[in-house]
Design a protein around this ligand. Structure first.
Ligand code: NAP
Ligand code: ZN
Length: 353
């Protein structure tokens, strides 16, 4: 039996605010876990989607893909979770499970297309999946993560997207001792990238457009911080960086950062500016530079990241809000005015003040 009339927050159109609505969750399948969502982070990807920045969004949209909570029900064949366990769900809630990429733990590259936690075709109920701005979520246990007890639940929520999105490329491009790693854009992703790159042993240099964040960067763990609008400061970093992780959400000049790379260095884009970015030939040809990208991370790697963060006491710096403040939060996120991730206390959805 599907669960009907779950409370949620969503929007019917790109120019409309989010408001309270009801949604359905599918009947619990044998391998499914139901979680009561306690906290849900707000990612810039939620904002891109509700603004339909990339086109093709299906409304109504219930955003949210950084969920932590407690298991409330399990299907009869569930092995790894029981009622009452802490659990988390991130961006991926289904994939074919059979292709070479799923087999290798790269569900995000599934041949048949991955199902995202919101605004992806819903195989069970039709329409699209509805995300974590809701009371509960139901998905196969293969896509549910264990939350290490040690982590504060509210500030762990952003690890489910922001955390894995920066952990995966930092690991893949070998951020570590002896490496000069630049973090570009200090929002939800960027501030976690500083903490994770530092914990991996890299020398971390922040590039930010915000003077206040230059001051805050060292508190977050950066070794150096540069105001990227200051040409004199930027000059000092020419040919210094092994890797630059670019988390910027809007159009910007990547050539500036390609020129900061040592030979064989890489700028890795994880930000999703809706407009194309121009790369000058000499920015990559000189110095055999790479301009690459990375998309979230697989389920096993997400669990590895959660365990890594627990081991290094890493969680997000958050502003905890009630769901009723979500539209105001999106306005502030658009302006870059968040230190450094909004997280919704989902109790405010269940029991509005
Ligand atoms: P966020 O909190 O809004 O942070 C983005 C940061 O980018 C801002 O804080 C700002 O940093 C910088 N920025 C924004 N506009 C800029 C501009 N016009 N010029 C230069 N810098 C600018 O966003 P987020 O949640 O971290 O997400 C960042 C991006 O990653 C978004 O596009 C999001 O959709 C994407 N994303 C991608 C993946 C993936 O798998 N690839 C996963 C999650 C999110 P400063 O103030 O420091 O300059
Ligand atoms: Zn996200």
């Amino acid at each position: 039996m599907k669960t009907e009339n779950i409370k949620a927050y969503g929007t019917e159109a790109a120019d409309k605010p989010l408001h309270s609505m009801n949604i359905n969750r599918r009947e619990l399948q044998h391998h499914d876990v139901e979680i009561e969502i306690l906290y849900c982070g707000i990612c810039h990807s939620d904002l891109h989607q509700i603004k339909n920045d990339f086109g093709g969004a299906t409304f109504p949209i219930v955003p949210g893909h950084e969920m932590v909570g407690k298991v409330t029900r399990v299907g009869e064949h569930v092995k790894n979770f029981k009622t009452g366990d802490l659990a988390a769900i991130g961006c991926i809630v289904d994939s074919c499970g059979k292709c070479e990429y799923c087999g290798d733990g790269f569900e995000q590259f599934c041949d048949e297309g991955v199902t995202f936690s919101f605004n992806s075709p819903d195989k069970y109920l039709g329409g699209v999946t509805y995300g974590g701005f809701s009371e509960t979520y139901v998905c196969n246990e293969a896509y549910v993560l264990h939350v290490p007890e040690k982590l504060d639940l509210a500030s762990a929520a952003p690890l489910l997207c922001a955390g894995i999105t920066v952990y995966s490329p930092l690991k893949h491009w070998k951020a570590g001792p002896g490496k000069m790693v630049g973090i570009l854009g200090i929002g939800g992703l960027g501030h976690l990238a500083i903490k994770i790159a530092r914990a991996m042993g890299a020398h971390v240099v922040v590039f930010t457009t915000s003077p206040l964040k230059v001051e805050d960067a060292k508190r977050l763990g950066a070794d150096e911080a540069v105001l990227s609008t200051d040409k004199e400061q930027m000059k000092k970093y020419a040919r210094k960086m092994n890797l630059i992780l670019d988390t910027v959400s809007a159009k910007h000049d990547v050539n500036t950062y390609l020129h900061l790379l040592k030979p064989d260095g890489s700028v890795v884009l994880v930000g999703l500016p809706p407009e194309p970015l121009e790369v000058n030939a000499f920015s990559v040809v000189s110095g055999r530079h790479s301009f690459s990208g990375s998309n979230i991370g697989g389920i096993a790697e997400t669990q590895e990241m959660l365990n890594f963060c627990a081991g290094h006491n890493i969680t997000a710096d958050i502003e905890l809000i009630n769901i009723q403040q979500v539209n105001e939060a999106f306005v502030r996120l658009e302006k870059g005015d968040v230190h450094y991730r909004f997280v919704i206390d989902m109790a405010s959805l269940r029991n509005p003040q």
